[in-house]
Design a protein around this ligand. Structure first.
Ligand SMILES: Nc1ncnc2c1ncn2[C@@H]1O[C@H](COP(=O)(O)OP(=O)(O)OP(=O)(O)O)[C@@H](O)[C@H]1O
Length: 794
């Protein structure tokens, strides 16, 4: 106490009364106690931490996803008093995925859902259960550790301390797991188990990563592998691609021995909605590789970001560069400025819904928004390819955002095969406009294999039909399909798959580009593809894709505006599609939809698509299927419609193969009519625009002419004015000269008078005074003369 008193005394001086001193004593005492507490707590935590082993996982790296998935499955979260609830978690088992492994946790959630459904029934529940209780899309919810909270989990005889936080500098999420142990074996075990569980989940799935603005790869989605058999391409194409990619992945040593960079590029080009993205998806699944997508038209992409991204691509993966032609020339719509007038928008727009199953709301990339891309036609621009920066810099998009894309051709080329580029990846690039690519970009070594995608052939149409509808005797249909298809023009089919034009073989070694030859094996494989339809999960257009619904209904509203034309786009319900074409496209979806009587039912553009008929189609016998498929194919004109649009049509007749085959001709007719109508409208618009441009040009010319005439007249006026002024001056001068003359005359007269007078004075002295007057007059005269001279000078 005395010590405290001695400390406080100097502060309060001699004036401090006892209450102030006591107060100060308390402050000092409190401070001392708090400091002691902090020091001891910090010492204790140091002491405890010295026994802990801690592993840190950054969200930028894959183990973070393993651990998050593992954590989300821990039963501890069921009991935890603080947790984060999410519907979007990392990894294949994330809730956004439809997990094939039905876990305890899922069961628990389902039980709760049932209780809630019972307590609070909604019209949506009724509608759902009435239709398809099994097919009801489930959004899984999981619990995860909260930020900046330490959770304790028991794992294999150890207590783990789990902490999730963010790095101060980058804002990147970090997961720290600490354990009291002598060696880090338990942590290794944990990571390996998480990895194993993650991989077990991903056997049937592929992971999709998107490039983000910081130059990192961000896990975006996990998708079911798409069976290759679901991709309908002309014979031999996909099989050859699979062979080529597999061969490449096996040949690392071969490449290393010859000093050739271990990279391979595939360029998929052709019409929209022909299966480019779908093929890449299916191939990645077949090869067990994840997909890393970078959209070169992203506003933030720059040489540096791309270089960083390429350096961070894992060794074995599919690297997808979308819309390669749009990398340097950006436009707000895919058809903006398209001068070729390919008219694909009409077709694909009209067939809305085809790509619906591929869409992934929230991401604008064409890889996911199958329908959005196919309906929009090809990304195009009237400018063509240019490596110049000036054309794209400082442009402003229609949404008012500054276009910051500063990617250059050399930057892209460096990123693809520069020193920092990763090896072992399969590079896939897609474009709708091959002609716009710079040759440097598509040369061998960068793009080793080119695959052309065309509109659907009749053979493809038939295969697509067979894929759609189940058959009673699958195996028999396989063989019959092969024999029926025996007369396929293989030469023609294979013409779409090219090796790159020039193939430099380095050091005389193996030719790097592949030349594909059809084999019977390919044909067998293809037959299997047509029969695998039953196993293939059919896309669920109504429930899974908001893009699908929006584009379809917008198309329907648009078509209904076009003077009552009945577009098949909007003939949405398969249940009502037995007749060739529905007569009232815009109203049918409303009346069919059980939810349509509710909120917003008057606005068809925002209505969900009508529910599809839940009744599964009866499997057809092989003969009927063959007949219907043939009929369907015969009704489809060769290479006129994209596969996506045919798929869209079949989706509308999902449960009615007969109707699909019978109405195809009517559909084709109406589609053609609509295409023609759109074409006509486009032409009319172009003519109008041309006339408008012409009018504006003439107006401008007229204005220019008037302006020039005005300028000319003004000039003339100026000249006249100047002349006038000159004339006036001259007149003035003349006047003055006249005055001068008059005065001179006067003076002369006066002089004469004076002389006469002088002569007279000599005779008469009386005249003296008179002569004085005269001399005065003379001096006046002289003055006047002087003044006149001055004026004249002026
Ligand atoms: N050859 C095909 N086989 C099977 N389905 C196809 C085929 N072509 C297109 N589709 C279907 O059409 C939709 C759109 O296909 P996809 O996105 O693969 O076309 P794309 O050629 O990549 O189009 P875009 O160039 O516009 O991106 C998908 O739902 C896909 O299932």
């Amino acid at each position: 106490m005395d010590t405290i008193k001695s400390l406080v005394q100097p502060l309060v001086g001699g004036y401090g009364n006892s209450s102030i001193v006591d107060g100060m004593k308390l402050v000092v005492l409190g401070g001392t106690v708090e400091t002691a507490r902090r020091v001891s707590s910090s010492a204790w935590s140091h002491f405890v931490n010295s026994f802990f082993l801690t592993a840190h996982f950054s969200e930028e790296d894959v183990p973070y996803d393993w651990l998050m998935l593992w954590l989300s499955r821990r039963p501890e979260w069921q009991r935890s008093r603080e947790f984060e609830t999410t519907t979007r978690a990392s990894g294949p088992g994330g809730p956004s995925a439809t997990n094939p492994n039905y876990s305890e946790e899922d069961r628990d959630w389902d039980a709760w859902e049932a209780v809630v459904d019972q307590s609070f029934p909604t019209p949506y529940d009724e509608a759902d259960s009435a239709e398809d209780p099994e097919g009801k899309p489930k959004t899984r919810i999981v619990f995860q550790p909260t930020y900046d909270t330490t959770h304790t989990i028991y794992y294999r005889g150890h207590w783990l301390r789990v902490r999730r936080g963010k790095r101060q500098d980058t804002g990147c999420e970090m997961l720290s797991i600490s354990v009291v142990a002598r060696s880090n074996a338990i942590l290794k075990q944990l990571v390996l188990q998480a990895k194993k569980e993650y991989e077990a989940e991903s056997v049937h799935r592929i992971q999709i990563y998107f490039a983000d603005i910081h130059g990192s790869w961000r896990w975006t989605d996990s998708r079911h592998k798409r069976p290759l058999s679901s991709i309908v391409l002309n014979q031999g194409v996909k099989e050859s691609l699979v062979d080529d990619t597999k061969d490449f992945l096996r040949s690392e040593k071969w490449y290393a021995d010859r000093g050739i960079p271990f990279r391979r590029g595939y360029l998929l080009h052709g019409v929209p909605g022909s299966g480019k993205s779908s093929l890449i998806h299916a191939l990645a699944g077949q090869l067990g590789l994840d997909i890393y997508v970078v959209s070169l038209s992203a506003s933030w992409i720059s040489d540096n970001t791309l270089m960083t991204l390429m350096g961070r691509v894992p060794a074995r993966c599919v690297l997808l560069l979308e819309d390669l032609d749009a990398a340097f020339v950006r436009s707000t719509t895919r058809e903006e400025g398209d001068e070729d007038g390919e008219g694909e928008d009409g077709e694909n727009g009209g067939s809305g819904g085809a790509g619906g199953n591929d869409s992934f709301p929230g991401f604008t990339s064409g890889f996911w928004s199958g329908n959005s891309s196919s309906s929009g036609g090809g990304f195009s621009s009237s400018y063509g390819y240019s490596s110049s920066r000036s054309r794209r810099s400082n442009r402003y998009r229609s949404d008012g955002l500054s276009d910051m894309n500063t990617l250059s051709l050399s930057g892209l080329l460096n990123a693809l095969d520069g020193v920092a580029a990763s090896e072992g990846r399969l590079l896939f690039a897609t474009t709708n406009h091959l002609e716009r690519l710079d040759p440097a970009l598509s040369r061998p070594g960068r793009m080793d294999v080119w695959v052309e995608f065309r509109n659907a052939s009749q053979w493809q149409a038939e295969a697509l039909f067979r894929n759609f509808f189940p058959c009673e005797e699958e195996e028999e249909v396989v063989s019959s399909s092969s024999s029926e298809d025996g007369d396929i023009d293989i030469e023609k089919n294979l013409s779409v798959l090219q090796s790159v034009p020039s193939t430099p073989t380095r050091d005389g070694g193996r030719d790097q580009t592949r030349r594909f030859v059809p084999s019977s094996a390919m044909m067998r494989d293809l037959s299997v593809s047509s029969t695998a339809s039953e196993r293939r999960p059919l896309p669920a257009p109504a429930s899974t894709s908001s893009l699908w619904s929006l584009s379809t209904s917008i198309a329907s509203s648009a078509s209904s505006l076009l003077s009552g034309y009945s577009s098949p786009i909007s003939a949405a319900s398969p249940a009502m599609s037995t007749p060739p074409l529905p007569s009232s496209p815009s109203t049918a979806p409303i009346s069919q939809n059980p939810l349509s009587s509710g909120f917003g039912s008057t606005n068809t553009a925002y209505l969900p698509p009508p529910p599809v008929n839940p009744t599964k189609p009866k499997p057809l016998d092989k003969k009927t299927l063959a007949v219907l498929a043939k009929k369907f194919a015969d009704g489809v004109p060769e290479e006129e419609f994209s596969v996506a649009s045919l798929q869209g049509y079949l989706l509308k007749h999902k449960a009615q193969p007969e109707a699909a085959a019978n109405s195809i001709e009517a559909w084709v007719k109406s589609e053609k009519e609509m295409k023609e109508r759109l074409q006509r409208e486009k032409e009319a618009r172009e003519v109008r625009e041309k006339a408008l441009r012409e009018k504006r040009r003439k107006e401008a010319q007229e204005k220019d002419k008037v302006k020039k005439e005005k300028e000319k007249k003004e000039k003339e006026l100026e000249t006249v004015k100047a002349l006038l002024a000159e004339k006036e001056k001259e007149e003035e001068l003349e006047k003055m000269r006249q005055q001068l003359k008059d005065k001179e005359e006067e003076l002369r007269k006066k002089e004469e008078d004076r002389k006469k007078k002088e002569e007279g004075i000599e005779d008469d002295p009386k005249d003296e005074s008179k002569s004085e007057e005269e001399s005065k007059a003379d001096s006046d005269e002289e003055e006047t003369k002087e003044e006149t001279k001055d004026e004249k000078k002026e």
